[in-house]
Design a protein around this ligand. Structure first.
Ligand code: PMP
Length: 390
């Protein structure tokens, strides 16, 4: 009997496509190898397309993760004495607020109970209060908070930021390439992510696109420069060189991942960004149908807050965190809880990227969750759950 490789269905890292695996599975190339220069340049161009960003916006790619991308955004945009607002929806927006505070900024946090999101009226009220103290530098929000599966609507927040003269910065680590985001139309100033989520690569790349306004905010800093490794003034000439297909060096890029970047972005963009968002939306809806059949309730308190990138699901009556192990025993890896207030009460299933193009992977996931629940003593109808996938 051959044992199938476990299926990785956590909210990142995720299953990646065979073409992506082939692209990075080569001996490490030099950062000035022609293939790396071409892949780097193409990757940056394709990022603008996926982000639906303006031609004058600037993509950055460097070795790191989502936290490094967050830090690059914060370090370039925020300095001592700035005023900023953070819209909080879970674990990762708490991290963002702490980063902004560490830059010496005054931070106002707009919070909501676990599973909820502050509404635009509450955010505006906080902006009004903050504006009385002086200019507001930036508004920060997490597009999808991976700890709760709650998705905010970035559009009204970007509009409010503009209205109050602030930059808008969105953490898209668990959203970019899965959830709709229109950087140019919404006039958002920065959208960041990491390679191991819906971008469809292994972990190791931090990716972000900054607007002209965001770049100007770095240029106009009053005093200290950001740490060198995060400074856009160090990285801009490098990004521009690669986009012009010239070799360049500031700090060695993750060359194997750079080779795979345009391969994944071309797969994602094969039918355009909208088609990719629609794929995530329709598969997430189908999965929600399956979860309902299995008696699983989302952490998100309203349907419009439920992310299309992952499901955060409460353990049903009589089931505890051992469910995650029971599902793993069925060959599918899902994740435990992360939000400190409800850590032991729920689990998370990622559904981003390549797996959505493979119906068998989605079906296997639902079957494993159903079997895990059965092992935990629940009576479930696995066939009906699979049928709900359509
Ligand atoms: N923000 C969000 C929304 C995330 O989901 C994550 C990772 N799960 C991060 C930031 C941090 O990314 P990394 O672990 O790559 O540093």
């Amino acid at each position: 009997m051959t044992i199938a490789k476990p299926l990785l269905m956590i909210p990142g890292p995720i299953e990646v496509s065979p073409a992506v695996t082939a692209a990075f599975s080569v001996p490490p190339p030099s950062h000035v190898a022609p293939a790396v220069i071409e892949a780097f340049g193409a990757g940056l161009e394709l990022m603008r397309q996926l982000w639906l960003a303006a031609p004058a916006s600037q993509p950055f790619v460097f070795a790191g993760g989502g936290t490094a991308a967050m830090e690059m955004a914060v370090a370039n945009l925020i300095e001592e004495g700035d005023h900023a607002l953070v819209v909080k929806t879970g674990y990762f927006s708490t991290r963002l607020a702490e980063m902004v505070r560490r830059q010496g900024a005054l931070v106002v946090e707009v919070e909501a109970p676990v599973g909820e999101a502050p509404n635009p009226q509450e955010v505006e009220a906080a902006l009004v209060g903050l504006a009385e103290l002086g200019p507001i530098k930036a508004l920060f929000a997490t597009h999808v908070d991976t700890s709760t599966g709650v998705r905010i609507d970035p559009e009204p927040l970007a509009r409010l930021a503009r209205q109050y003269g602030a930059l808008s910065v969105f953490d898209g680590v668990c959203a970019t390439a899965a959830e709709e985001f229109r950087m140019r139309d919404w006039e958002a100033d920065l959208y960041l992510t990491a390679s191991q989520k819906a971008i469809g690569l292994p972990p190791g790349l931090a990716l972000l696109v900054a607007s002209e306004r965001a770049l100007a905010a770095r240029d106009n800093r009053r005093a200290t420069a950001p740490p060198m490794v995060l400074d856009w003034h160090q990285w801009l000439p490098i990004m521009r060189a690669y986009e012009e297909r010239r070799a360049s060096y500031f700090s060695t890029p993750a060359t194997n991942l750079i080779l795979a970047l345009p391969v994944s972005l071309r797969e994602i963009l094969a039918d355009g960004p909208e088609a990719r968002f629609a794929l995530h939306r329709s598969r997430a809806e189908a999965l929600r149908g399956a979860w309902r059949v299995l008696g699983l309730e989302p952490v998100a308190r309203r349907p419009e807050l439920e992310s299309n990138a992952l499901s955060a699901l409460r353990f049903p009556e009589g089931v505890d965190a051992s469910l995650v192990g029971a599902i793993a025993a069925e060959g599918v890896i899902v994740a435990g809880g992360l939000h400190p207030q409800i850590r032991g009460e729920y689990f998370r299933v990622g559904h981003m990227g390549y797996c959505l193009t493979q119906p068998a992977m989605v079906r296997r996931t639902v079957e494993a969750v159903a079997q895990g629940l059965a092992t935990a003593g629940r009576s479930v109808d696995a066939e009906a759950a699979v049928a709900a996938l359509g």
